[in-house]
Write a protein that binds this ligand. Structure first.
Ligand code: GLN
Length: 497
């Protein structure tokens, strides 16, 4: 045994990388520290499948590679993987009962790339069922819990990548994969006081990731710092012939882009994101964030994105439409669960019973909404209308970028993390309102990052969002790095679990 700090799981990826390379830490010891933290963190319900044997095998291989020299940045770094990613031989259920027992025979491109770079898989992370939700409460495993809490009130870690956010914030892993269709990386990152980036649509391969809404879905990293997100994104990104929407364009060196120099950059402040009823603390944080960027030499500019108010309704037509089509494959024949049939049941009963048992209420709602908006009589009124609105939202962004804006600063979420159970039984639209600042970005295919920037009056983390030009993740990460340094956010949840 080497002389390992007992709390090696609390390191950032960049710190662990340097310690591993210097021989101050072994991948096996680092992995053991995470596995111990995971077992001690069971109450958080962040990991839904633990893979300690795989982790230790990968860690031993990483140590051999490190010893040989020239190992990649992620060699020996323990990660959690969202349950939406197919991982070979390991349960991959998208937190749905309909995929119970499904163990893919293939590896998603993202996880394959991470493991080829030497990363260690600790297990699969909790999420909302099929990534539909903003609180992790639609998961078939029950919700993950936010490591931040107020007194004894348990809070949501956000959704859908709530398990990823909880696991990173509680130091159960050094980083995690997430996916973002309407905010599922950025909203949970903001709720848990960590950083998460949704890349430009096409930057990261979707191959082997369970599809929710294919024209919006994009995978990205969630980690403890902007630098860690840069390191993870480097390994995840790049063209993949297995995904026809993945772009064949070069991937820059994201970590090298973190110069901290944003002098002369133009930051847009969109007036439409100043929502009625937005808490004053969020407004104040947004203001402070803008001042931090200005103090670093950026130029602030008031901008208008006039179609913003139509984004949420358009998203909640397009996303369910695509979901209803993508989820048609879960028929009781090809994957996972099949309902027990009664004497005389035919194929229709098999579909109906399997889908009624396998899908939770939110997924069923989306399938019904999606089928309705795609139906012959309503297609033009809903789906085509929403697609037109989407084009207008995209054009709003194109216009401001053409006028010289480099990045756009907004709040990440309209509130801090809310209590578990508080919204789950309310009108579903209340839950959908959580995505008000994030869905525009998916509709426009842009990159955006959530950075923790302060605490609210109750002591809960609040995040800011930076939205970038297409393919400008390097620049975006650099802006976020400036914000991260200026805000000096270092608060961690007090350990109670
Ligand atoms: N909360 C949004 C939804 O429920 C976004 C989900 C996501 O990004 N996967 O659709």
């Amino acid at each position: 045994m080497t002389n390992v700090p007992a709390n090696a799981n609390e390191l950032t990826i960049a710190q662990a990388r340097d310690a591993l390379r210097a021989g101050d830490l072994t991948a096996v010891d680092l992995t053991m520290a995470c596995l111990t933290a995971i077992d001690a963190g069971d109450t958080l319900n962040a990991f839904v499948h633990k893979t300690p044997e795989i982790a230790l095998d990968q860690a031993r291989a990483a140590d051999a590679r490190l010893a040989a020299g020239g190992a990649p940045d992620l060699c020996g770094i323990p990660l959690g993987i969202k349950d939406l990613f197919c991982t070979r031989g390991v349960p991959s259920q998208a937190a749905s009962n309909i995929l119970r027992g499904f163990r893919p025979e293939y590896e998603s491109t993202v996880t394959r790339r991470l493991f080829e770079a030497g990363a260690v898989m600790l297990g699969k992370l909790n999420m909302d069922e099929f990534a539909m939700g903003s609180s992790n409460e639609t998961s078939c495993y029950g919700n993950a819990v936010n490591p931040w809490r107020i007194d004894d009130r348990l809070l949501t870690p956000g959704g859908s990548s709530g398990g990823s956010a909880a696991a990173v914030a509680a130091d159960l892993c050094l980083g995690a994969t997430g996916t973002d269709t309407g905010g599922s990386i950025r909203q949970p990152a903001a709720f848990a006081g960590i950083t998460g980036i949704k890349p430009t649509y096409g930057r990261v391969s979707r191959w082997g990731i369970v599809a929710f809404a294919s024209s919006l879905d994009q995978a990205g990293p969630m980690a403890k710092s902007v630098r860690d997100c840069a390191i993870l994104l480097q390994a995840m990104a790049g063209h993949d012939p297995m995904d026809s929407t993945s772009a064949d364009i070069p991937v820059p060196d994201f970590e090298a882009a973190l110069t901290g120099d944003i002098r002369g950059k133009v930051i847009g402040i969109p007036r439409e994101y100043r929502m009625d009823g937005m808490p004053a603390e969020i407004e104040a944080l947004w203001h402070r964030g803008a001042e931090m960027l200005r103090d670093a030499g950026a130029i602030l500019r008031d901008i208008s994105l006039p179609h913003t108010k139509y984004a949420l309704p358009a998203y909640y037509v397009i996303a369910p439409a695509e979901a209803s089509s993508n989820l048609a494959r879960y028929d009781g024949v090809r994957y996972g669960h099949r309902a027990k049939l009664a004497q005389g049941d035919g194929i229709i009963e098999m579909y109906e019973k399997t889908r009624a048992e396998g899908f939770g209420p939110e997924v069923q709602r989306r399938v019904m909404v999606g089928t309705y908006v795609l139906s012959a009589g309503f297609y033009d009124a809903y789906y085509n209308r929403a697609r037109k609105v989407r084009a207008l939202i995209k054009r709003d962004f194109e216009t401001v970028f053409a006028e010289g804006v480099d990045a756009i600063l907004t709040p990440a979420t309209p509130s801090a993390a809310f209590g578990l159970g508080e919204m789950a039984n309310a009108d579903p639209v209340q839950m959908y309102l959580n995505d008000v600042f994030t869905v525009t970005v998916n509709l426009a295919g842009l990159p955006a990052i959530a950075v923790p920037a302060g605490l609210d009056g109750q002591g809960l983390p609040l995040g800011l969002q930076l939205i970038g030009r297409p393919w400008a993740e390097a620049d975006l990460l650099n802006h976020a790095h400036v914000l991260e340094r200026a805000s000096g956010f270092v608060a961690r949840p007090a350990k109670w679990w």
